[in-house]
Ligand binder design. Structure first.
Ligand SMILES: NC(=O)C1=CN([C@@H]2O[C@H](COP(=O)(O)OP(=O)(O)OC[C@H]3O[C@@H](n4cnc5c(N)ncnc54)[C@H](O)[C@@H]3O)[C@@H](O)[C@H]2O)C=CC1
Ligand SMILES: CC(=O)C(=O)O
Ligand SMILES: [Mg+2]
Length: 542
């Protein structure tokens, strides 16, 4: 019996072309007979694939369909993402990616990325060396504890880094062969998962405290040793770990936290557009933030700095915020606040009349209300009508994900405010219909920023991600808000324009990296060229 010489190229999604292999390639590579005889172009393959995708009955079926394509043929997968970004984004990303994490063990087909399980803590460098990729530009890592607004999904959280990195390529233009999704599998406190015989992660309660910190340190040390060039993006860590990890490593490796810093950069960009659309300056605003987790405090900190940049002194800027968590307004009387939350604590007795959201809105008359609370429907008709009674153009951003955790439905916000609200959401929503017009709803989501941060870092060869780089991203995004020139236009550029926007934002990030001294000296023109050259396109190479 002769040994099998089955060509591995068909199993390698980076090189596989399926029915697009030419007659010559088929002959040379030994593919004749393994493929049906028709030879297709990429365009023909893409047309067939999008039809198959559209025929799938449910969102999760569509997700599985795309994941299979991703594991089979990356050029074709990214062709679909690039050509149909608006249509596939709610599948690859929020809201469907949340469901995919919850059902990770039910839909698992083939491995992608790395699962670093706690019991293997002594072998992390070796596990990193087992990766498929040789060189890595970007790692997205989660520990699965706060997946969107869906809580602890344990090892199933790997779906989030996989989704984020798909967008690093489809939008930011990063080479998919140089990106690496990772989950730190440190157990789960999700009872449903622990009791599910099909769960694929380490079946153990979450490790915490010094053991957890030691594991994260081992992970970072292993990355430093094995992949010193890679940028590390922390994603969907619970608040009690997110900020300490960022503070511990931001000056040691090239890293940022997307939920804290990426979200803030986008929300500020949207707010700047909204302020302009309402004919106001940022410093005039009174801002209520519902939620006091890592995302909410990151957003508040960024906007607070923008108010200072617009002329308020730091104390005045601080006093423009009313931040609430699940227990109500953050006040000086409370002894359960972290250092970051304490910045926003209001003096005792102020405002008078209670500390619920409705109370605060009634006494403060906010001009902007931002939700990062996971509390579905928290922006009720009563609250929104009260807010809208005192401000001409209420700015209302229900930013929690996925859709089922959103603080409000934009159609309701539009109705409750007679079309006056300036709205942006975290997850995609259908457009608003008003007076015969169809008005798109802007998606204030960190997807507007993180792919471009990655490209900016790679093109500039930045060694760190500085605050200045994220601020530059935010400013570049804010400057492209359609609302700057038309008060009736959406607050953010359309999703369909994200790729072009990413080039612009990436350049701003790269220029800021040079200015901050964390990247080699290069001219703007040179950086522009490097971004264009680095951009990976979904086409079969000659
Ligand atoms: N649009 C975007 O780009 C982003 C959206 N998010 C979303 O923001 C949400 C929060 O994320 P994290 O801050 O990381 O989570 P977290 O769990 O750390 O924070 C949630 C906060 O909301 C508060 N909260 C919970 N229920 C509440 C209620 N009924 N009323 C008032 N406050 C309540 C909690 O006390 C906590 O302060 C998630 O849904 C996440 O998907 C996060 C990052 C980016
Ligand atoms: C968008 C995002 O990063 C989140 O909801 O966590
Ligand atoms: Mg996130």
């Amino acid at each position: 019996m002769s040994p099998s010489i089955y060509p591995q190229i068909l199993e390698d999604p980076l090189r596989n072309r399926g029915t697009a292999f030419t007659a010559e390639q088929r002959r040379v590579l030994g593919l004749d007979g393994l493929l049906p005889p028709a030879i297709e172009t990429l365009e023909q393959q893409a047309a067939r694939s999008i039809e198959v995708f559209r025929r799938r009955p449910g969102a999760l079926d569509k997700y599985v369909n795309l994941r299979q394509l991703q594991d089979t043929n990356l050029v074709l997968y990214y062709r679909l993402l690039v050509d149909h970004l608006e249509e596939v984004l709610p599948i690859v990303y929020t809201p469907t990616v949340g469901l995919a994490c919850q059902r990770f063990h039910r839909i698992f087909r083939r491995p992608r990325g790395l699962t670093l399980s706690y019991p293997m803590r002594d072998r992390l460098p070796e596990l990193l060396r087992n990766r498929r990729q040789r060189d890595v530009d970007v790692i997205v890592v989660t520990d699965g504890e706060r997946i969107l607004g869906l809580g602890d999904q344990g090892a199933g959280g790997l779906g989030i880094p996989i989704g984020k990195l798909a967008l690093y390529t489809a939008i930011g233009g990063l080479d998919p062969g140089r990106t690496l999704p990772i989950v730190l599998d440190v157990g789960t406190n999700n009872e449903e998962r622990l009791a599910d015989p099909g769960y694929l992660g380490w079946r153990h309660e979450r490790i915490a405290g010094a053991e957890y910190d030691d594991f994260v340190e081992r992970f970072v040390s292993a990355v430093e040793a094995e992949l010193p060039q890679a940028m590390v993006q922390w994603e969907d860590f619970a608040t009690h770990n997110a900020r300490p990890i960022l503070e511990r490593y931001r000056d040691r490796i090239c890293t940022f936290n997307d939920d804290i810093q990426g979200t803030a950069a986008v929300a500020l960009g949207a707010l700047i557009g909204a302020a302009r659309a309402s004919g106001t300056r940022p410093r005039e605003h009174r801002i209520v933030v519902l939620g006091a987790g890592s995302a909410a405090i990151g957003v508040a900190d960024e906007i607070r700095q923008a108010l200072v940049d617009d002329g308020l002194d730091p104390e005045q800027a601080r006093r423009r915020f009313w931040v609430l968590d699940v227990d109500g307004l953050l006040t000086e009387e409370r002894d359960d606040l972290t250092e970051e939350q304490r910045v926003y604590a209001r003096p005792a007795g102020e405002p008078s009349g209670g500390t619920t959201l409705a109370d605060v809105v009634r006494s403060v008359h906010p001009t902007a209300m931002i939700g990062l609370s996971t509390a579905r429907g928290a922006f009720t008709g009563e609250v929104v009508r009260e807010m809208a009674a005192h401000v001409e153009r209420p700015i209302i951003f229900p930013l929690s994900n996925p859709t089922a955790r959103s603080e409000a439905d934009p159609a309701d916000l539009d109705r409750w405010t007679d079309g006056r609200a300036l709205v942006a959401t975290g997850s995609p929503f259908p457009p608003i219909e008003r007076d015969g017009r169809t008005i798109p709803v802007s998606q204030s989501n960190n997807v507007y920023v993180f792919p471009a941060v990655g490209m900016g870092v790679v093109a500039a060869q930045a060694a760190r991600v500085t605050d200045g780089m994220l601020r530059a991203a935010s400013a570049a995004l804010g400057a492209r808000s359609p609302a700057l020139t038309d008060p009736t236009a959406p607050l953010l550029p359309p999703i369909s324009g994200l790729r072009e926007l990413a080039d612009h934002v990436a350049l701003a990030v790269a220029v800021a990296a040079v200015a901050d001294g964390v990247a080699p000296e290069r001219s703007e023109q040179d950086l522009h060229r490097r971004i264009a050259n680095a951009r990976w396109e979904p086409v079969y190479p000659e």
